[in-house]
Design a protein around this ligand. Structure first.
Ligand code: ATP
Length: 244
């Protein structure tokens, strides 16, 4: 695949949950290019998780379409912990590597690489349920990395972690972007988007309010002063703070 090609392209996605009057997504477009990192920002309930669920195929769009480059694997780091709490970190990694149907040596190499990248050496033999929030988040990421994905979709990957683990996770995601992995990064934290993402997609009430290159968007609409920061940009488009 050439640089700049779309790993995932979604057009006009719509989705309404059964029993809900309001749609969760109303015509969302998204193009994730190779090596780009898009920060997916929006207030609570704006549709971020629904969008990710559609992109990973957990739910089917009711309108619009999603195109994925078939040769490119897409991994998902869900908001919830996605491992067996009664297994150790190492057992979880070996189990999920085993599911990838790789030759044994390659599976073992990927497990080692995930342990190393997510700094799980010290916790390898500890049951996941006995690990701290930060270590569990690192394990969640490590399991996704076993796929050596071309694209990584992260849903609030730093929720409930200590500051060191948060900084560590951000550094790892930055390394992956630098190495050419495409990233979609849903979060409530503006500073994480500023640290990791070149682009943003701003959602509210299931609609895209702004999307594109972050530096360009920060310059503000023509004829107006630039936004002081991402928070000011967010307030301009949503008329509210991220945590309202
Ligand atoms: N399983 C579900 N059944 C019914 N409605 C749902 C379901 N999941 C989400 N919704 C509704 O769909 C809308 C979008 O929710 P979604 O979880 O995608 O938003 P979000 O931006 O990820 O929110 P948060 O930041 O709180 O995680 C909300 O109004 C939510 O109440």
């Amino acid at each position: 695949m050439t640089a700049g090609a779309a790993v995932i392209a979604a057009e006009q996605l719509t989705y309404r949950y059964a029993g809900q009057d309001e749609p969760a997504l109303r015509g969302v477009d998204l193009t994730l290019l190779r090596g780009h990192a898009i920060g997916l920002l929006g207030p609570n309930g704006s549709g971020k998780s629904t969008l990710i669920n559609l992109l990973v195929g957990l739910r089917q769009p009711q309108g619009g379409r999603i195109r994925r480059e078939p040769s490119q694997s897409v991994a998902w780091v869900p908001q919830e912990y996605a491992f067996y709490p009664e297994l150790t970190c190492m057992e979880n990694l070996r189990f999920f590597a085993g599911m990838l149907d790789l030759p044994g040596e390659e599976a073992a190499r990927r497990v080692e690489s995930a342990v190393h990248t997510c700094m799980l050496q010290e916790f390898a033999q500890r049951r996941a349920r006995h690990c701290s929030g930060g270590v569990r988040r690192r394990l969640n990421l490590g399991i996704a990395l076993l796929q050596q994905p071309a694209a990584l979709l992260l849903d609030e990957p730093t929720a409930g972690v200590d500051p060191q683990s948060r900084a560590f996770l951000l550094d790892r995601v930055r390394d992956m972007v630098a190495a050419g992995t495409s990233v979609l990064y849903a979060t409530h934290y503006m500073e994480e988007v500023s640290a990791v993402c070149s682009h943003i997609l701003l959602l509210d009430h299931g609609r895209v309010l702004a999307s594109g290159d972050l530096a360009t968007l920060l310059r503000g609409p023509e004829g107006q002063a630039p936004f002081a920061d991402l928070e000011a940009l967010f307030m301009h488009y949503t008329q509210r703070r991220l945590r309202d």
